[in-house]
Write a new protein. Structure first.
Lengths: 163, 594
């Protein structure tokens, strides 16, 4: 398992280092790794540092700076809650709290105990006219209320785990 | 179909339309277009038949598709949202308004987003039919770079990303900077909550943005460029990438553009997400693969930008105006607008207003016109309280500023900023102290951490605001907030810190009483700050049904008497004020006491 992970990261590093400036490839490279592994593992970050010949502190610095990067395992489905101004004014705080309750996620955690859902908060999805808005994986749901939230979660839970 | 339309359910509607048409054997082309900005009526579907006007249906659901198609095919369009023209022989059009005469549209002057919702954003041919790439052609084949710069400068175009710096001047500085290697960057890292004009623009008409960037590159002498797009807006990124590919294969991007000898190529980069990337020097650090921390200016990017080379960075909307200026001339652009702010600007109208969406109006239009004429004013039964302009680092303006013209200088004089043009309307159900707390929590989290006033100062301000909204405010807090604000405004390195205190300063200026109510009276007049909720009152409408008793998560409710006439009693010391009982009560017998 570990070996395949390293192989994959090494392969991506090679792809990204052909020509050009390897340092400038750091962010696109981390994005690719996250896309494949779901999150940035410690091993993958160290491998990247070695391959790009930059200090691990630089790689960790970048990985922890940007919102997109995750350093912990993620659930099967990613729920993105928009915390933008329009959503705030429209009461997304209640939606968020309800969501955490429905998924049984304790404070300071972001993934449900069954590993099915991880909840991210983002600043703005840009669908402000339909506030409050959440995204489940790539699907956007607007004009949410607590009742619809239950329906949406239900539709994802009904799918068999191997789907 | 753009992000907002998809959120409103355009995906299943699209599939259903195709199915219904196939089933009937109707020969028709179903085309995806961008957003026309009328987000309040999404999803929108337009039908166009030869000899007939375009008919637009609003709020279309999967279930309504069949009925609409049946009606349309039989020549009946009653119930439609709008028609484009008064012609043809469709029935029921008399009661359907003309699109251009609708309140939402008739006050608008469209330039940057004129093609959005009209053309297929994934077709370069459709863009060209609308006059696309004519501005570029004129620039590279008939004009010198200096003439292009002069044209944009005399048009009076100013940066639409927030600061309002004259675009022509920016280009001239970059042109004049010594060096063989120069870069042109499109800033599409839209991160302002409440602003989605860049997304709408680039999703609905990506070629226009690209054309603007190529013209900018020609003007400054850049041969390489970047489009820096926020990863959170994937559709915008993919539409821009498609546009780049098509432009290359049509000879308007790449080597020897339109046979002029000018070469320029561009790469799209996905921003990993940091609000501070809106700042030019931070954005360049991100492209260089570093943490996005701003650096002191000067040197400005025009002389030392990306990898130390002269660089021009323009916002999506700024670039979207450029093709028109080159194609139609500077007079056409500066025909509208105010004395020092020429042209039009897209504003995103959201929050407590009847018609939400994006509207392009001449700069200098009043806030009142935007909120009331276009947006239709506050929702039923509510009253207008304030508008937040310019995003989280803008200001919160009260009703007395409704006649303020929306231009760079006027907004600044009122303590706010233009920012990217987000307008969030708030009504009497929003607490301005809570709103200020929200904005400060945002800017605190988004501070890059490089300089102390912003990193530490905003944190301290946030803590004070949280305290006030919890009813633990002290009278001296107001003075402390004002003092901290001034220090942060004066001493921060970049525009993030230098504008972050604006929401606090403006709410303190226009809604001071609301702060004092929280601090002195421990009361939230808007009924938002939950910690200040005194408790609940059970009215005589209570029938003793017991629903609240079952729902209460803390066991704070008991019923007195089980027969008719029984009543719920809430134990104040156990109640956590979650409001579940109030929502659960079928008789609306539980009310908040503030």
């Amino acid at each position: 398992m570990i070996e395949t992970e390293i192989d994959l990261v090494e392969e991506l590093c090679v792809e990204h280092c052909i020509g050009g400036n390897p340092e400038a490839e750091l962010i696109p490279l981390l994005q690719k790794i996250q896309e494949s592994l779901g999150y940035l593992t410690k091993t993958s970050l160290l491998t990247v540092a070695e391959r790009l010949r930059v200090p691990p502190s630089r790689v960790f610095g970048v990985a922890t700076f940007y919102h997109q990067f995750r350093l912990r395992p993620q659930g099967k489905h990613i729920i993105t809650v928009c915390r933008g101004t329009a959503c705030h004014v429209a009461g997304v705080t209640n939606v968020y709290e309800e969501l955490m309750k429905l998924l049984d996620i304790s404070p300071h955690e972001d993934t449900s105990p069954d590993g099915l859902f991880t909840v991210h908060q983002v600043r703005c999805i840009g669908a402000c006219s339909l506030a409050p808005v959440i995204k489940v994986d790539d699907r956007v749901y607007g004009r949410l209320d607590q009742e619809r939230l239950g329906e949406i979660l239900g539709s994802f839970k009904e799918q068999r785990p191997d789907e | 179909m753009s992000t907002c339309g998809l959120a409103a359910g355009a995906g299943p509607v699209y599939t259903e339309i195709k199915e219904q048409l196939d089933r009937r054997g109707v020969e028709a082309k179903v085309v995806n277009v961008g957003c026309i900005g009328a987000c309040y009526a999404e999803p929108l579907v337009e039908f166009i038949a030869r000899g007939q006007p375009g008919v637009i249906f609003g709020g279309v659901t999967e279930g309504r598709v069949e009925e609409i198609i049946e009606g349309y095919l039989s020549g009946d369009v009653s119930g439609a949202f709008a028609v484009r023209e008064r012609k043809g022989n469709l029935r029921g059009t008399d009661d359907v308004p003309l699109l251009d005469e609708m309140d939402f549209f008739k006050h608008q002057t469209r330039d940057a987003i004129e093609n959005c919702g009209v053309i297929d954003p994934e077709s370069i041919e459709e863009y060209v039919l609308k006059g696309g790439y004519m501005g570029l052609k004129r620039a590279v084949t008939e004009m010198t770079p200096e003439e292009v710069i002069e044209t944009v400068a005399t048009a009076g175009l100013r940066g639409r990303g927030g600061a309002g710096f004259p675009t022509g001047l920016k280009w001239r500085f970059t042109r004049q900077a010594p060096g063989d290697k120069k870069y042109a960057i499109c800033n599409a890292d839209e991160g302002d909550p409440g602003a989605f004009m860049n997304r709408l623009n680039a999703e609905g008409d990506p070629h226009r943005v690209l054309e603007g960037l190529i013209i900018a590159a020609y003007a400054v002498g850049a041969d390489e460029g970047y489009i820096f797009v926020r990863a959170e807006k994937p559709l915008m990124a993919s539409r821009l990438e498609t546009a780049v590919r098509q432009a290359r294969s049509h000879g308007v991007l790449g080597d020897d553009i339109l046979g002029s000898g000018f070469s320029f190529d561009v790469r799209t980069v996905l921003s990993a997400g940091a609000f501070v990337c809106g700042e030019e020097t931070a954005l360049m650090s991100a492209i260089e693969g570093k943490r996005a921390t701003p650096r002191p200016r000067p040197p400005f990017p025009a002389t030392q930008g990306l990898w130390g080379k002269p660089t021009v960075i323009n916002n999506v909307e700024t670039l979207a105006h450029v093709p028109t200026i080159l194609r139609k001339g500077q007079e056409e652009f500066s025909r509208v607008g105010s004395e020092r702010s020429k042209g039009t600007k897209v504003f995103c109208l959201t929050g407590a207003v009847r018609r939400t969406g994006a509207a392009e109006v001449p700069l200098g239009t009043s806030i009142r016109s935007l909120v009331f004429d276009i947006g239709g004013g506050p929702l039923e039964g509510r009253t207008f309280k304030a508008v937040q302009t310019g995003g989280p680092s803008g200001g919160c303006l009260s009703a007395e500023y409704l006649d303020l013209p929306l231009d760079y200088e006027s907004l600044q004089s009122a303590g706010s900023i233009m920012g990217s043009g987000g307008i969030v309307v708030v009504d009497d159900t929003t607490c301005t102290v809570d709103l200020a707390r929200y904005f400060l929590s945002f800017t605190t989290a988004e501070s890059c951490g490089k300089c102390t006033p912003c990193r530490v100062g905003l944190k301290r301000m946030s803590e004070i605001l949280v305290r006030i909204t919890r009813g633990e405010g002290r009278l001296e807090d107001v003075g402390t907030l004002e003092r901290l604000s001034r220090t942060i405004l004066d001493a921060s390195l970049c525009a993030l810190g230098r504008s972050a205190p604006n929401p606090v300063l403006t709410t303190l200026r226009y809604f001071r009483e609301e702060y004092l109510a929280h601090i002195r009276d421990k009361r939230c007049p808007a009924g938002v700050c939950n910690a200040l909720l005194k408790g609940y009152n059970v009215t005589d409408d209570c029938r003793g049904c017991g629903v609240c008793e079952r729902e209460c998560p803390n066991g704070a409710i008991t019923l007195t008497g089980t027969e008719d006439g029984g009543k719920a009693v809430i134990n104040e010391s156990v109640c956590v004020r979650c409001g579940i009982c109030m929502d659960a009560c079928p008789f609306h017998a539980i009310q908040e006491v503030w």
